[in-house]
Write a protein that binds this ligand. Structure first.
Ligand SMILES: Cc1ncc(COP(=O)(O)O)c(C=O)c1O
Length: 343
């Protein structure tokens, strides 16, 4: 199958499997796994943050951050299609006891401006509004089609939020894709954010794992919450070994996924009934609307499956995600199948 449903479907490379087999391990709940410790040190170094913590999932990393930055009864601000709000099972309300205030990005890019954020803030209404405890950003923005947040925009939001003593968490599940697209280091893109989460298990290709980064004190407290949430793992260096390769090697080839996404975008844009804003496709996620086609998004995906291609339908849209297990040829095969199906 050509699997374009997500970049989470990548299989570990043979280099990762070898490193996993050879990994030195210890009990990570005692912070004694040398491979996990190395991964955490390297991640902190790459991001220019004081410390990092290996988490089983991106959701856990994000939710620990939400919990640590806020207190029960606060509100957190996020773009309305943000992952923390839509796909993390309501955990902000369950674990942190906070309300999520979703904010629409007027230009549809999923990238909020400071004006959009500030109009949703509650900073001085102590008797009738939940105080804003945190601003959450997402780079790249998954559901908006892999759109990217520039360093300037991130810095502006951080500076203005900090002036109001509001911290900023960055869900950087795919920040390495943003970094490649913007030709800007992940450290610069997240420099002023109080915490960052990024996934080793998406386009970077590790089978499991995400990193949460922040100050030393923040990460020490995060370690407590990871354990509380059931994420204290033991000889997990076998996974960190794959993560080290994912974090240091895969960024060098992410541009190929972006080139494939561009080609896919050009191809589908020419099909009758398909609409896509090609300018917005900056990374490895391609979302196009098929409301004007004579066949629904669900039917198109069912037919693609008969051609050996997997894609996801969301309402009238189809999402296709490129990654290292999808070749240039796979993109051409997909476009030929799409032509047949839509015609
Ligand atoms: C933007 C974003 N953040 C967080 C996550 C959560 O990652 P995980 O599936 O590892 O919990 C995802 C997963 O798709 C994501 O796309």
């Amino acid at each position: 199958m050509i699997d374009l449903r997500s970049d989470t479907v990548t299989k570990p490379t043979s280099a990762m499997r070898k490193a996993m087999a050879a990994a030195e391990v210890g009990d990570d709940v005692y912070a004694e796994d040398p491979t996990v410790n190395l991964l955490q040190e390297k991640a902190a170094e790459i991001f220019g943050k004081e410390a990092a913590l290996f988490c089983p999932t991106g959701s856990m990393g994000n939710q620990i951050a939400v919990k640590l930055h806020t207190k029960a009864g606060d509100e957190i601000i996020i773009e309305e299609r943000g992952h923390i709000f839509n796909y993390e099972m309501g955990t902000p309300s369950v674990v942190a006891g906070v309300l999520v205030r979703p904010v629409r990005s007027a230009d549809g890019s999923g990238i909020l401006t400071w004006d959009e954020i500030s109009s949703a803030l509650h900073t001085n209404q102590p008797y009738y509004a939940c105080p804003t405890g945190l601003v959450c950003l997402e780079n790249s923005h998954n559901l908006a089609g892999g759109t990217i947040l520039t360093k300037d925009r991130t810095d502006e939001i951080c500076e203005k939020a900090h002036n109001l003593t509001i911290p900023v968490h960055l869900d950087g599940a795919r920040i390495f894709n943003a970094s490649v697209a913007l030709n800007e280091s992940v450290a610069e893109l997240s420099k002023n954010c109080d915490s960052v989460q990024f996934c080793l298990s998406k386009g970077l290709g590790a089978p499991v794992g995400s990193m949460l980064l922040g100050t030393k004190d923040f990460i020490e407290e995060a370690r407590v919450w990871r354990k509380r949430l059931g994420g204290g793992m033991r000889q997990v260096g076998v996974l960190a070994a794959a993560g080290l390769i994912a974090m240091t090697e895969t960024p060098k080839i992410l541009h190929l996924d972006h080139e494939n996404a561009k080609r896919l975008t050009e191809g589908v844009a020419n099909l009758k009934g398909v609409s896509i804003d090609a300018e917005k496709v900056a990374t490895n996620i391609v979302i196009f609307d098929v409301s004007n086609a004579e066949i629904t998004a669900g039917e198109i995906c069912a037919k693609l499956k008969e051609h050996g291609i997997l894609a996801s339908a969301f309402g009238n849209s189809i999402r296709m995600v490129t990654h290292y297990d999808v070749s240039k040829e796979d993109i051409e095969t997909t476009l030929k199948a799409m032509e047949k199906i839509i015609k």
